[in-house]
Design a protein. Sequence first.
Length: 473
Amino acid sequence: MKSLSHPNASARLATRAKSTLMRPLAQFAVLLAALASAPAYAWTDHDLITRQALEDVPLMQTSVAAEPAEHFLASDPAQLAKVLDGEEAWARANLPGYPVRPDALRFDEHVDRAHAVRRFLLAIRVNPEARLRLFVQDLPGITPISQSKLPWTDVTTRRSETIASELSFSAVPPGAYLTVIDVIGTASDEPDYGLDIGLWDDNSTGAGHAYGFGLQPFGNPKLDVSTQAPFHMGFFHESWLLDHAAPYLKRALPEYRVHLYQTLASYAFKSGHPYWGWRFSGWALHYVEDLTQPYHTRALPGVGSVHILFASALDLIGIHGPKTDAIQLVSNRHLELENYEYHRLHDAMLNHDQQDGLLAALANAKCDAPYGPWTNASLRNEVSLTASQKAEKIDAMLVSALPEQLVSDPRFVFTETGENVPNIAQIMQAAPPLPRRKFEAEMADVMCQVGAQTRRFVRSLPVYAPPPPQGES
């Protein structure tokens, strides 16, 4: 046996100890795919959230004419190609680990109108079957703008039952005038209709093989809705242990999507296509709002590092229960939070209850005070950081307020679709008063952040002109 006094012995022992520590944690982290396979969305029905947050923002009640995608894309393809080339150069220079766009997907400035939409979808690397129909999502309790209804299958690429099947959509003819808030609100929900589904190399799709994103870093690559997870989540503020054991969690791309759509929005506004300026702005907003959801910024809130290591060590010797149970519990709570948000906001809007605590929090402009102008670093360093800091508290409050079966029984599987899914907002009304009030107060604070970040992003757009200070004309 070599002496420990050998100059390299200490380093070898440290390396071996680190390897021993990391092996069970890495084994556990690989199974995070199961955790991200169930949650399809961050906030369910972004349209409702966005409209409530922006109801008092200037320009929202002005009108724009609906413009078919073919017309916008074919109006100046050479300039659009330059914009997309510049965006690709920016992403390569500024996003660590960015998977570069294959040159074959470059938008062709010589594209004809008949092929412009498909070439554009390929160039921005979204689902090539995406539907860019002209439509507006109807609000609960509000008279639809049109009697011409669209089935949900006309606005989403998803074939399986989805939350979109519970929503109502109105078709819009070209040239029809819409309020800006109708456009941006509807568009803010659109990325959940399949724009980011099936884009990874292991998704068994043509787009996945062509787009160059590589293997799906987390989420279940076999479940269509789960394949969007790395675009809609951002685990930028995990513990040191999880960062080192599961570095692939950092391969998340919401920053890529936000900047891309922000760039396209600016181009559309400046080139005289305001409808598409607001529609792209809504697409970008979706990812901003997604990263205000605590479970979209922390992989395993409520599961401490010691428990992870212990469960992972047991898993290595064939005792899989603790690891599987932890993942199922976090998945259940993730979905229950979204279910609560959806039913609480939907019912308040349906009943025209603007005094509801969550609706009021979304519209509360006082929440904007701590934040300066939006920057490229805001999504990671402020939006997701704030949400990640709330994750443990929200998780603990759900456990305190909801029945044990829902939050602490791993045999219970909370699904996002299908029959007999509990209405968490109703169940919460029967919770003990003190835990319920604490949870509602914390959720109001979360919604306050959602509203503030939504308004903050919109005010960064080139068309937003803030009102003059009081006393000035």
